[in-house]
Every structure is written in C-alpha cells, then in structure tokens.
Design a protein around this ligand. Sequence first.
Ligand code: SF4
Ligand code: ZN
Ligand code: ZN
Length: 329
Amino acid sequence: MNCSVCGAPAQMEVRRRNRAFCAEHYREWFVSETRRNLKRHRMIRKEDRVLVAVSGGKDSLVLWDTLTRLGHAATGLHIQLGIGDYSRRALEATRAFAAERGLELIVVDVRESFGLTVPQLAQATGRAACSGCGLSKRYLMNRVAEEEGFNVVATGHNLDDEAATLLGNVSHWQLDALVRQGPMLEGREGLARRIKPLYSFTEREVAAYAFLAGIEYQHEECPHAEGAKSLLYKDVLNRLETRMPGTKQVFLEQYLKKVQPVLREGLEEGEVELRRCERCGSVTTGAVCAHCKLWDRAYARAKKRRLLPEEASFDPRPRVHHLEPANEA
Ligand code: SF4
Ligand code: ZN
Ligand code: ZN
C-alpha cells in the first residue's frame, strides 16, 4: 500500500477514510484534521487562554503537541493523583515532554491540596477510585483555570473515549449527560469552555501519531482502569469496528448531528441557575458543590478510620505549582 499523497510506501492506513500515508504525510494529515476540528466548532478564539490537561499518556501529550504546532500557546496542567509508581512515572513523562519543548506546566497534587491521595479517598468513601478521581480532576481543571486566568480547558478525549461514553449514556438513557456530551461545551461565568480537539481520531490513530512524531509517553494504564465499564464499551465498539470500519465515527458524529439537537430542544427549559459554592466559591447548582460534599464526607470517614488526625479539616484551595521551562532543562 502506498501513501495517498506522495506514493511512497505507506506506514499508516486510515481505514475509515480509505486512505494511507507515509510518516510525514500522516503527521501532516493529523495536524490539519485537528485544525479542522478546532475551526469547525470554533473551539479556540482570539484572546483565549488555553489550559491543556496532561496526564502523561499518549492522548494528552499528542493534544499538547498538535496545539503547539498549530500556534496555540497552551499551558499544561498535570494533576498528581498519588497512585503509587504509576503517578510518579506519569509526572516524569509530562515534565520531560514540557522541558524538551520549553512549555509551561502547572502541577497540582491532590494529596498536598486536599489531604488524601486518590486511593485513600476511595478507601475513605468506600467508592470506586475512578468516581472520586474523575470528580476531583474535573473540579481542579475548572478551578485552576479560573484562578490562573484560563478560559478554555482542552482534554485529549479521542473517538474511542467519546463513542464509549455515548454508548454508556445511551445504555442507561442518561439524558443530562447526552445533552452535554460533545467536542465543545461552551463556558459560562466561572466555568471554562471545555474542548476536545482530538474527538474525531481513533485511539489507534492517536497512538500512530505519537509514534511517528517521536512523542515519549507513559504506556502503562492506571491500575484502577481495569474493570472500568468504559473498557467494556470500548471492547464492544472495537468488535463492531473490525467488522464494519467507521462504526464509531458514524455512531458519534450522527448522534451529534441528528439526535442531540432534537434532545436539546426537547429538554431545554432555560439555563440552570448557577451560584457559588459556600465552601470553595466554585460555580455550582446547589449551596455546596459536589466536590466539597465528597471531600467533607471523606474527611469524616477518614478520621474514623484514622487515615487523618481528629483535628484535620478539609481546605478546598488547591496548591498550584508553576514549573517554568527554564527550571526543567
Ligand atoms: Fe483516575 Fe480511574 Fe482514570 Fe485511574 S482509571 S486515573 S483512578 S479515573
Ligand atoms: Zn507521503
Ligand atoms: Zn465547593
């Protein structure tokens, strides 16, 4: 098979598009498709300040790489979760990437900020690690963005992630989540715009870009990912994709195009009124936000289990560290 652009031997086939590319033209195609996604949804506008959430895995580093190549000066935000060696290696990969390219990086450690690591939080609440972790990550992305003057938060979700989320939401008819799902969620006062510029690429396509662009990322998965429902949904979709290439893309894109607008029209009864959380000042719908409620509950139980001293009290302010590129070289 040959490159559809220059005719040289192809290194990557994009079956759902019936195209193949050599290394150079694959990288070019990937970056120009990302540009198209950004434009199509007006994800980044003039004067925007972009914070990109970077875990150290392939998706987030590829996103940071492509945004930088497209001329968007995005600052990285890495959240240290405290999941043993996995988290240590995630930080190493992220720091190395930022240092090599002279990019600004912000690091927030969940334990330093809130008193418990993600596994300790799970132990204290008796809930799966992913539920507290997901909530804290979403909270921190928005909170750090607001405090540090960023109005856009970019995440590396790919087509596999988005199609799996869609399948999960459809399986349970989670209408609120279905209405909000998409490559871009517009911001409001106190809420950063959320964008997913890689939403149209499969996981395989993102991995191929990382490889062909020489990006060194953390390959190991979080130990808590095993058994996550999202992997089951991904597996189902991968099986469909093997038999019918393009299924994931059609599933997601046609949902966004044909179904979501109808759902939105049917459900929209004016915007939900937002207020500031009494504990932390973040934007929320109730008196106290879900994040403060979770951590207050965790503190009460952690004290009983002697994970925290009796006098400890939850302080919702994140401790933010700026790692300047110069310090990292
Ligand atoms: Fe957090 Fe779960 Fe993802 Fe691990 S797999 S990083 S615990 S959300
Ligand atoms: Zn070529
Ligand atoms: Zn709060």
